[in-house]
Design a protein around this ligand. Structure first.
Ligand SMILES: CC(C)(COP(=O)(O)OP(=O)(O)OC[C@H]1O[C@@H](n2cnc3c(N)ncnc32)[C@H](O)[C@@H]1OP(=O)(O)O)[C@@H](O)C(=O)NCCC(=O)NCCS
Length: 208
């Protein structure tokens, strides 16, 4: 009987990849990720004013996939949407705060989660006053580490407007590779925009 079971198991092992581990996300609580200068933490109603300031700035949303926030109420709706989409297991969005002050200066996001294929897309935005100090690279390094080492994702993607040179530099510094050019993919702010598509594999990211 034991020999029969063992034989059956070895036949199964030959056809089924027993090393496959489905991706598991703890949807009870978004984890806090800490770097030298930054804390990636859940967004709360206390961040509404900061969120409004950041995402009502036309320079920040110049190449963003959503229109600028028009009122403080729209920022309140955004906080509710962030929590709802987390509850629906659709999206993980962190507030990017300075460790020294806990002031929210941006957001980073994992969305378009496809756990079957072990991939997700990243999104990020920073208040204009804080551009050019390497904050986003620092924050995204922590996000990549979480995505690849804790969630065990295989691949991360980013969809960028080809004119968004700061975003492209940020991705290239992190090791993302240009994978394709998609024409006239977005209709935003009365404008038709192209996409440069970037990808990073788990096997590549540690080199950077
Ligand atoms: C893209 C963004 C997150 C970069 O954040 P950041 O913290 O300023 O990035 P860094 O300081 O790490 O700089 C990254 C690179 O961009 C360059 N850069 C920064 N600001 C720039 C600007 N306004 N124009 C051109 N390049 C810029 C930096 O010199 C750096 O390049 P380097 O590696 O050659 O030195 C930030 O500019 C932003 O929030 N933009 C608006 C929102 C947005 O477009 N999000 C991305 C959507 S895909």
């Amino acid at each position: 009987m034991i020999r029969k079971t063992a034989l059956l198991f070895s036949r199964l092992a030959a056809t089924v990849d027993l090393s496959y581990q489905p991706i598991m996300i703890d949807w009870k609580q978004l984890p806090t990720l800490i770097t030298d200068r930054i804390c990636l933490r859940p967004v709360s109603p206390a961040d509404i004013d900061a969120l409004f300031k950041i995402f009502s700035d036309p320079e920040v949303i110049r190449y963003w996939a959503a229109p600028a926030l028009k009122s403080r109420d729209a920022a309140t709706d955004l906080v509710n949407e962030i929590h709802d989409r987390f509850k629906r297991h659709e999206m993980l969005k962190w507030g990017l705060a300075l460790r020294e002050t806990n002031l929210l200066i941006g957001t980073t996001t994992l969305f378009n989660l496809n756990l079957q294929n072990e991939r997700a897309e990243i999104g990020y935005g920073l208040a204009r006053d804080y551009w050019g100090h390497g904050y986003m690279c620092e924050a995204l390094r922590a996000l990549l580490q979480y995505a690849f080492e804790v969630l065990n994702l295989h691949r991360l993607e980013a969809d960028v407007d080809p004119r968004n040179s700061a975003s492209i530099r940020t991705l290239e510094r992190l090791g993302f590779k240009r994978e394709g050019y998609l024409r006239e993919r977005w209709h935003i702010n009365n404008e038709i925009q192209d996409t440069v598509f970037f990808g990073l594999l788990r096997s590549e990211w540690k080199q950077f």
